[in-house]
Design a protein around this ligand. Structure first.
Ligand code: NAP
Length: 306
């Protein structure tokens, strides 16, 4: 059975930075990614808080450059979905469709994916007017009306992005204050195409083969009404992609991996980095920093357990 010094699971900014550092340290390292490397950054139109990129950088370009940078130093990237993690005889086992890989150390960097609302019509109309990515689907809504749900950075950024195409963008938020960064709030409120529906929650998304309306409830008055629209964009937070390691490493109540200093998890030899970890701030720069720390901590762990 194949045995590697270090296996990194996930190819977003955390995994790619861990890979870059591990490859530069000349570790025997492989990164497994189920799709193409980049993670959530790939579906981010424009990143303007990556230090040094004064004019901003497209999410796609940043992801591409992070991958190329790690490849330049010899990181091996393999398309493979990991479906299990266990420990056996002092070795870590990563399970996948075709078998198992053994590792001396592991970095978990699977990131997170968009959360859903769980309301009637949402699942049925996903891909038919319900979307979780404005950057991907925005161009389909030229001169149309769309509704965005959420009040965080993603909702604010994506609502602004959607005004490039849509005639009208409603931003429905369940409270009367956005949690997005102040600079994004200012842009939302100054944008004439965006109308914020404060203290409104979606009840159902309606339509036969496409979105025709969203039933909304005003949480202050209890009033319920149908809001006609052509698309519904859901930006209500993220869910960690940690399902396969639930029994192996300790998770918090929301399913994020608990870390205990220097990106250590509850399982010896297993480190975690990026959006799959429980923490205050989920940003590319944080994920990259945690990836670097995890790689260095894994290197030290390997040296101590030679
Ligand atoms: P988030 O910060 O967790 O915000 C989720 C939003 O959805 C909140 O406003 C929340 O309302 C609302 N919400 C949650 N469940 C809901 C429900 N069932 N119904 C209606 N509304 C619901 O998520 P995010 O915006 O996706 O951001 C995730 C992380 O990535 C954050 O750390 C964020 O800072 C980061 N991020 C950063 C950038 C950037 O720096 N440019 C861009 C994108 C994301 P409440 O406010 O009432 O809780």
């Amino acid at each position: 059975m194949e045995t590697r010094d270090l296996v990194i699971v996930g190819g977003g900014p955390a995994g790619l930075t861990a890979g870059l550092y591990a490859a530069r340290a000349r570790l025997d390292v492989v990164l497994y990614e189920r799709l193409s490397p980049g993670g959530q950054v790939l579906s981010t139109d424009w990143v303007e808080n990556w230090p040094g990129a004064v004019e901003g950088v497209s999410g796609f370009d940043l992801a591409d450059k992070m991958r190329d940078h790690a490849l330049k130093f010899g990181l091996e990237i393999v398309s493979r979905e990991i479906s299990g993690l266990s420990a056996e005889g002092g070795r870590l086992l990563l399970h996948h469709h075709g078998g198992q890989v053994t590792a001396k150390a592991v970095i978990l960097a699977m990131g997170a994916s968009p959360a859903n609302l769980g309301i009637p019509g949402e699942a049925r109309l996903t891909g038919k007017g319900v979307s979780y990515c404005g950057t991907c689907d925005g161009p389909f809504y030229r001169d149309q009306t769309v509704v965005c749900f959420g009040g965080g950075d993603t909702a604010a950024e994506e609502a602004i992005f959607l005004t490039r195409f849509a005639r009208k963008v409603y931003l429905a938020h369940r409270r009367d204050q956005l949690r997005a960064a102040a600079v994004l709030q200012e842009r939302v409120l100054a944008n004439e195409k965006i109308e914020v529906l404060w203290s409104h929650a979606p009840v159902s998304i309606n339509g036969e083969n496409g979105v025709q309306s969203v039933t909304m409830r005003n949480l202050k008055t209890g009033e319920q009404f149908d809001l006609p629209c052509d698309g519904a964009f859901v930006f209500v937070g993220t869910r960690p992609s940690t399902g396969f390691c639930a029994g192996a490493v300790e998770l918090d109540q929301q399913g994020f991996i608990k870390t205990f200093g220097d990106q250590k998890t509850s399982m010896p030899g297993v480190f975690a980095a990026g959006d799959c970890c429980g923490k205050l701030l989920r940003q590319i720069v944080v994920a990259a920093g945690e990836g670097a720390t995890a790689a260095y901590a894994a290197q030290r762990y390997l040296e101590e357990h030679e």
